[in-house]
Design a protein around this ligand. Structure first.
Ligand SMILES: NC(=O)c1ccc[n+]([C@@H]2O[C@H](COP(=O)([O-])OP(=O)(O)OC[C@H]3O[C@@H](n4cnc5c(N)ncnc54)[C@H](OP(=O)(O)O)[C@@H]3O)[C@@H](O)[C@H]2O)c1
Length: 278
C-alpha cells in the first residue's frame, strides 16, 4: 500500500490530502502539524489519516516519514530549510520528497536533502474538492514509476499538468494564485449588486451560482472568447458591461497582476535560497 507522510498539513496540505483520500481511501497517510490544536482540527478533516503534532511529540515529523513512499512538504517556504534538516537523517533513499512550497527551488531542496528524489508541485486550493490544478515538475533522476504513481495520486485532487520547473512561476501566476482572482471578481460583483439595491444575501447567492454556472460551461467548452461573444448581443446589456471592462484595461491589468505573482515567485526563490545559504 502506498504511504504518504504529510509534513506540515495546513490549508494546502489538507486540501491535497483530502482530494487524494477522497479518490483513494486506502492510501496510508501520516500527517503532522506543529500545534496540538491544529492536529485536532486536522484529524476531524482527515478521519482516516494518522495525525500527530510536534507540540505533543517532538519526534512526530521523523516518525511520520519513516519508510514512507512520498513525503509531502507543506510547511511555509521559510520553514523548509529547518524542516528538511530535521527530516534528512530519517529519510530512506528511495522516499520521494514532494514540495508544494512556492519559491523554493529543486536545487535548494536537493542541497537540504542530498540524495533524495525531489518533485516540485504547485497546487491550488480547489484540490480539496477534486477540482484543483496541480503542476508537477520532477527533478532529473526521479524514477519515472514513482512519478507516475504520484501523478495518479494527485489526479484525485484535480488536473495534473507536468511542467518544467522554469514554468512554475507562470503557473503560479495564473493558477496557484489564480483562484483568488475569481474570488476577487466575485467580491466586486457582490458589492456592485448591493450598490444597485440588492441585499447582500441575494447578491451573494446570485454571484456564487453565476460563477458555478460559468465555470461549468467553460469546462464543457474551453473557449472563453466564444462563450463571451455568444452572450454579447449588439446594443445589449452584456456588451455594455464587457466594453466597460475592456476599455478599462482588463487585459493589461490581468497581465500585470499575473506577472506580479510570477515575479514574486522568482523573488521568493532568491530570498529563500539566500536564507538557506545564511
Ligand atoms: N495556500 C495556497 O493556496 C498555496 C498554493 C500553492 C502552494 N502553497 C504552499 O503550501 C505551503 C503551505 O501553505 P499553507 O497556506 O497551507 O500554510 P499553513 O496553512 O500555514 O500550513 C502550514 C502547516 O505547517 C505546520 N507546521 C508548522 N511548523 C511545523 C513543524 N515544525 N512541523 C510540522 N508541521 C509544522 C502548521 O502547523 P500549525 O497550524 O500547528 O502551525 C500548518 O499545519 C507553502 O509552502 C505554500 O507556499 C500554498
Amino acid at each position: 500500500m502506498t504511504t504518504i507522510a504529510s509534513i506540515g498539513t495546513g490549508n494546502m496540505g489538507t486540501a491535497l490530502i483530502k482530494g487524494i483520500l477522497d479518490a483513494e481511501p486506502s492510501i496510508e497517510v501520516r500527517a503532522t502539524t506543529y500545534s496540538a490544536s491544529s492536529a485536532q482540527r486536522l484529524a476531524a478533516a482527515l478521519p482516516t489519516a494518522t495525525v500527530t503534532s510536534v507540540e505533543d511529540n517532538p519526534e512526530a515529523n521523523r516518525d511520520a516519514v519513516a519508510s514512507a513512499d512520498f513525503v509531502f512538504l507543506g510547511v511555509k517556504p521559510w520553514m523548509m530549510a529547518e524542516t528538511l534538516r530535521e527530516l534528512a537523517p530519517a529519510l530512506s533513499p528511495e522516499t520521494v520528497l514532494v514540495s508544494m512550497a512556492a519559491g523554493v527551488s529543486a536545487a535548494d531542496l536537493a542541497r537540504l536533502a542530498p540524495g533524495s528524489p525531489i518533485v516540485r508541485i504547485m497546487p491550488n486550493t480547489p484540490s480539496s474538492i477534486g477540482h484543483g490544478v496541480i503542476a508537477l515538475a520532477p527533478a532529473p533522476g526521479v524514477d519515472p514509476t514513482a512519478t507516475a504513481t504520484l501523478r495518479g495520486l494527485l489526479s484525485g485532487a484535480g488536473l495534473v499538468v507536468p511542467l518544467a520547473e522554469s514554468e512554475i512561476p507562470a503557473m503560479t501566476g495564473i493558477s496557484g494564485s489564480g483562484v483568488a482572482y475569481f474570488f476577487l471578481l466575485a467580491e466586486a460583483m457582490i458589492a456592485a449588486g448591493v450598490t444597485l439595491g440588492l441585499t447582500e444575501e441575494t447578491a451573494k447567492a446570485m454571484v456564487v451560482a453565476t460563477a458555478d454556472g460559468a465555470g461549468r460551461l467553460l469546462a464543457e467548452n474551453p473557449d472563453p472568447a466564444a462563450l463571451r461573444q455568444a452572450v454579447s448581443s449588439k446594443g445589449g446589456t452584456t456588451l455594455a458591461a464587457l466594453s466597460t471592462f475592456i476599455d478599462g484595461g482588463i487585459f493589461d491589468l490581468t497581465e500585470a497582476a499575473v506577472t506580479a505573482a510570477a515575479d514574486r515567485s522568482v523573488d521568493m526563490e532568491q530570498e529563500n535560497s539566500a536564507a538557506i545559504d545564511g
